[in-house]
Ligand binder design. Structure first.
Ligand code: PEP
Length: 253
């Protein structure tokens, strides 16, 4: 279902007391300032904090998400975490294909396609990230590059599986850099992604797909970005670590 949507990616930040405090502040601010209809909100803490954050969230609205999992269902993979385990501790969502995992952990499109199937089979919805480097953009290859990420990583899914996926466009040059894509740059790529979904599936599925922007999105620029016709919300890194900023972004529709 296409919906306004804001997800916070906490990355490898926060201790247990800090995570409890941040979640408590977010829940309180949301209750005070967004008591009615809200966008779909998701918090994605690191693994050891999931249960505690889930407990603070309770039934308050924001859903729990994770940042990674292993492609195998279970077994002798010391140090790894399965999608089923994430689901069992209350996760509804998981991020997949983040550029930091593609870059530092060599996750390629083929592996992501495999992980996607594992996540969906475990009952998780997936926030699937795509995005180009600065070199790719400057070579004028952004659409080819993202088209390939989608075709190889995502489009092996069935129609029904595709409905469990949110796509996030995250230009690598904008992640954690303070350099945001302009709203026109974001809209252009979001419209392209929606066209690709329509070509691979159909216009109805494309119109129903939630597509987020990520990359130095903050309380100052969110409204302009979210006002674009194909931008349905944001995947937020740094600014999701401040309750005031995360809630302000959640109010930017
Ligand atoms: C991210 O890592 O998904 C992200 C968008 O980070 P930031 O908002 O800090 O650029």
């Amino acid at each position: 279902m296409r919906q306004n949507f804001v997800a916070g990616n906490w990355k490898m930040n926060l201790t247990l007391p800090e995570a409890r405090a941040l979640t408590t502040d977010i829940v309180r601010l949301l209750a005070d300032e967004l008591p009615g209809a809200r966008p779909q909100l998701v918090l994605c803490p690191p693994f050891p904090l999931l249960l505690a954050v889930g407990e603070v969230l309770g039934q308050s609205g924001p859903a729990l998400g994770a940042q990674n999992f292993h492609q195998m269902e279970s077994g002798a993979y010391t140090g790894e975490v399965s999608a089923k385990q994430l689901h069992s501790v209350g996760c509804q969502y998981v991020i997949l294909g983040h550029s930091e995992r593609r870059q530092h952990f060599r996750e390629d499109n083929a592996l992501l396609a495999q992980k996607l199937k594992t996540a969906l089979a475990a009952g998780l919805q997936v926030i699937f990230c795509v995005g180009e480097s600065l070199a790719t953009r400057e070579a004028d290859e952004t659409f080819d590059f993202i088209g390939q990420q989608l075709a190889e990583g995502l489009f092996g899914l069935s129609d029904a599986e595709m409905e469990q996926v949110v796509i996030a466009y995250e230009p690598i040059w904008a992640i954690g850099t303070g350099r945001t894509a302009s709203s026109a740059q974001a809209q252009e790529v979001h419209a392209f992604i929606r066209q690709q979904v329509a070509a691979a599936y159909d216009a109805g599925i494309a119109a129903n797909t939630t597509i987020l922007y990520g990359g130095s999105c903050n309380a100052q620029n969110a409204r302009e970005l979210f006002s674009q016709p194909d931008v349905d919300g944001g995947l937020i890194g740094g600014a999701s670590l401040k309750a005031r900023d995360f809630v302000d972004i959640s109010k930017s529709f």
